[in-house]
Design a protein around this ligand. Structure first.
Ligand SMILES: [Zn+2]
Length: 478
């Protein structure tokens, strides 16, 4: 059977077993059985799986290498499709020329199912090529916070020299570093008082948003809570108003693309609305390039109401803090961000303002500096703070032997233009880098389009080329 057919067959096997994040026990048991059927040892480590392939006879003196991928997939479907990711098999579709694989209106799970397929194929073909001892490390729940890798026992694989991570989605693109991450929450307590007046709602949506580690340009665009604070800050120069609430909640690693605020004012309403519309127009035109679908609205919720709102002084402080708490890219080199911070969520109401900041950093020094700056800000402005969730960075190695081998094998196969890139996102490889500081790491994979969407599409010819490359690079690691 040809490699492409083998890849397709193995992918069908994996797709038949539901394996979204948090639901990976069945796929782990399946892979464990697969190892057993192939007479290989495997070990479950806190829901992850380690399968060991002994070295071929001619490479027994070499140190082991690690092949790594995650077994969980993101489950997203088209709105109208009836589909249960906990129980239903992914329905695979392949075009007649066998160029591409997609799923029927759901995510395919090629991210990172293709890594599992490659490992299974290496296991089946282990006696047909020379290789050192290979640790196949299959982690769970990467997509929901690198949970499996955080609980893996790295002592089991500490004698390995190289890590080949198979979780990159563009052929020829090699990731060689990734950022660390940390979250800092600041909580302020403010006074409220009873107010009488017209209640307004200011809403923002349609912002470009995006992943704060992937779409770093987005950190220069519009962000919902900051936009709301700026608009109200503008308005408060002309009219007395008091804030009732702000709701810009969301994931901490996503640039908030919508939100709303309620406020109360005694100012003549038509006049206030007219001024607000002018301000909204101004912001919309300023962000037209980065956020072409920006949509801002002001409407009256109640003409005369009596309710608790933040005092005038508290309102000013809240707007100030949202506008000036550290945000955006702080250090960069040749356009690549080395340290950045995203305001993941910003909630105000009932006497409390809560701001969650998500920091990314290329190394721990940048991270500590920026983290400190945020903590200083919170402390100096009267907030309490809480630091949580430390994800280590994968620090770039200079003069990497692995990169040299990767480049040579790539050109030996006649492939063109390999590209080595740094990522500002947080990857599992950060944990491998922290726990195995002497090992060299690289990440690559075949072309997969539109991951994490129902349009996810695996390029089968690219999958064959990358498998060939994977085998060849393993043979060359000596
Ligand atoms: Zn992935």
């Amino acid at each position: 059977m040809k490699t492409k057919e083998k890849i397709i067959d193995l992918f069908y096997e994996i797709a038949s077993i539901p394996h979204t994040s948090g639901n990976t026990n069945r796929i782990i048991q399946y892979l464990k059985k697969f190892a057993q059927q192939n007479h290989l040892k495997s070990k479950e480590i806190n829901g992850n799986l380690l399968i060991t392939i002994p070295s071929s006879s001619d490479m027994q003196d070499k140190n082991p290498i690690i092949i790594q991928g995650h077994c969980d997939m993101v489950g997203v479907k088209e709105k109208d499709l009836k589909f249960d990711f906990l129980n239903d098999s992914i329905e695979i579709k392949i075009d007649k020329d066998k160029n591409f694989m997609t799923a029927n209106q759901t995510t395919l799970g090629a991210d990172d199912g293709i890594a599992l397929v490659y490992m299974m194929l290496l296991i089946q073909e282990r006696n047909t090529f020379k290789h050192p001892k290979i640790y196949c490390v299959i982690t769970r729940d990467e997509e929901i916070g690198l949970l499996g890798a955080k609980e893996f026992d790295f002592n089991e694989i500490k004698d390995a020299d190289y890590v080949l991570n198979l979780d990159t989605e563009a052929e020829g693109l090699f990731v060689i570093s990734s950022s660390g991450g940390e979250e800092i929450k600041g909580t302020y307590k403010y006074e409220m008082n009873l107010c009488l007046g017209t209640v307004y709602e200011l809403s923002v949506d349609g912002l470009t948003g995006g992943h704060s580690g992937g779409n770093t340009l987005g950190l220069n665009g519009a962000q919902a809570s900051r936009l709301i604070a700026q608009t109200l800050g503008h308005l408060i120069q002309m009219y007395q108003l008091q804030l009732i609430s702000i709701d810009c909640s969301g994931l901490n690693n996503v640039i908030t693309n919508e939100g709303k605020a309620l406020f109360i004012s005694n100012a003549p309403s038509q006049q206030l609305i007219n001024s607000a519309l002018d301000i909204l127009k101004l912001y919309a035109s300023c962000y037209a390039l980065t956020d072409p679908k920006i949509n801002m609205n002001l409407k009256i919720v109640n003409h005369a109401d009596k309710l608790q709102a933040f005092t005038r002084q508290s309102t000013g402080n809240i707007l100030f803090n949202i506008m000036y708490v550290p945000y955006g890219i702080f250090n960069s080199y040749k356009g690549f961000p080395l340290a950045s911070v995203n305001m993941g969520s910003c909630i105000a109401g009932n006497g409390v303002l809560e701001i969650k900041e998500h920091v990314r950093f290329a190394d721990n020094n940048f991270g500590n500096l920026l983290k400190n700056r945020i903590i200083q800000y919170f402390t100096l402005t009267g907030a309490t703070f809480e630091v949580s969730k430390h994800d280590p960075p994968w620090i770039k190695k200079v003069n990497s032997k692995l990169q040299q081998i990767a480049t040579k094998v790539w050109s030996d196969l006649g492939y063109n233009n390999p590209q080595f890139v740094d990522m500002h996102a947080t990857l599992e490889t950060g944990l491998f880098n922290e726990k195995l500081p002497n090992a060299e790491i690289i990440s690559f994979g075949p072309n997969i389009e539109k991951i994490h969407t129902p349009k996810e599409k695996l390029d089968l010819n690219s999958s064959v080329r990358i498998y060939k490359y994977l085998k060849k690079i393993i043979e060359s690691l000596n």
